[in-house]
Design a protein around this ligand. Structure first.
Ligand code: FAD
Length: 317
């Protein structure tokens, strides 16, 4: 079923989650162990992130180093199939522009369609870790909106080869990313929102936000989106703070601000266990307020660990 149908049919705020594939070579059991304890909260859909290749240096003969291109966390499509099979819930694979040309994207979408996947989250993806700026694959897409256009075309039965006989339309419900605190490359919020509006106008069905720790940022973002005529659902993404180091790591990686009240409390903590408990409490409060605000769904970034999110969900749902 489509994410938008789940939202439409919901009688109360839905619980959903995002997981990341395990490191290459690890068992899928770690994914099941993360999801099993959360199933009592009845997530109608589960997102699975996509991780592109990166460059690593490996020791070669005679003290040489060779640069190798590897994917540390493959398996997004397989995990989606496994989730649908095991839990009978919808899986939402993230698909990205980076590392794919248009034909590879088309073939990946055909695989997903054959598997019965009805939802995708369409993203640009970030730069390769060792490279400063995002570079599109030759013959690939530069922005999420271009990838969105390809998925919409396939939903209309328009494949890259326009001489195909009887092309089958796909049926994807399409989500896109939104940034309550602005995407880090955007020159300003207005510009970022213009491109978000472009994605909504093109036919995106829903938005999932970057994590935020101050609900006011989400409320302001939603208000600005609605003023501009973005009418699709905006699902808030939440992550419980887990370690003191994240005070610096999260802003660096996700380009978000942490509220001063939270920072002050974390700085008082003597152990990461205390930080974790504080992070859970903060996230419970955020969740309860967002429910009052009337959000359709709370989407938790679990990082494939269920413990904290389970405690939050038990207090909220
Ligand atoms: P875009 O919508 O393409 O926007 C990128 C930047 O370009 C923005 O600054 C925007 O304002 C600007 N822009 C957009 N269109 C145009 C245009 N036509 N011309 C000029 N400028 C334009 N990354 C992964 O690699 N894997 C994942 O699984 C993943 N999951 C994510 C899930 C969520 C909910 C979120 C919020 C992010 C996720 N990301 C993931 C990170 C995401 O890929 C990065 O934030 C990326 O840098 C931007 O992706 P986007 O889809 O927002 O890009």
């Amino acid at each position: 079923m489509k994410v938008t149908e789940h939202l439409k049919n919901a009688k109360s705020t839905l619980f959903s989650l995002e997981i990341i594939p395990p490191m290459k070579g690890e068992s899928i059991e770690s994914i099941f162990q993360a999801i099993d304890p959360l199933m009592e909260f009845k997530p109608p859909f589960i997102d699975v992130t996509y991780h592109r290749e990166e460059y690593v240096y490996k020791a070669g003969p005679n003290n040489t180093l060779t640069k190798q291109r590897i994917r540390k966390r493959p398996g997004t499509v397989g995990i989606c199939a496994a989730i649908m099979h095991r839990y009978k819930v919808d899986a939402v694979p993230h698909i990205i522009c980076g590392g794919f040309n248009k034909e590879e994207t088309e073939n990946a979408l055909i695989d997903l369609h054959y598997l019965g996947v009805e939802n995708v989250l369409v993203l640009r993806g970030d730069a390769i870790k060792s490279e400063g700026a995002f570079t599109p694959q030759p013959g690939g897409h530069s922005y999420a909106s271009e990838l969105l256009e390809q998925v919409i075309n396939m939903n209309h039965g328009r494949y890259l080869d326009d001489e195909l006989q009887h092309p089958t339309p796909t049926n994807f419900c399409i989500g896109v990313a939104g940034y309550p605190e602005k995407h880090f490359e955007a020159p300003n919020m207005a510009s970022d929102l213009r491109y978000l509006k472009m994605k909504a106008d093109m036919g995106a069905d829903f938005i999932v936000t970057q994590m935020f720790f101050d609900n006011q940022k989400y409320y302001d973002f939603v208000a600005r989106c609605r003023e501009m005529g973005i009418t699709i659902p905006i699902i808030p993404g939440l992550k419980p703070l887990a370690t003191k180091a994240q005070l610096n790591v999260l802003p660096r990686i996700f380009h978000i601000d942490l509220p001063e009240d939270l920072v002050k409390e974390v700085e008082k903590c003597k152990t990461n266990q205390q930080v974790k408990e504080l992070g859970i409490e903060w996230c419970i409060n955020q969740s309860k307020e967002l429910i009052k605000f009337g959000v359709p769904c709370l989407h938790y970034y679990t990082m494939s660990k269920s413990d904290a999110v389970r405690q939050i969900a038990a207090n909220v749902f």
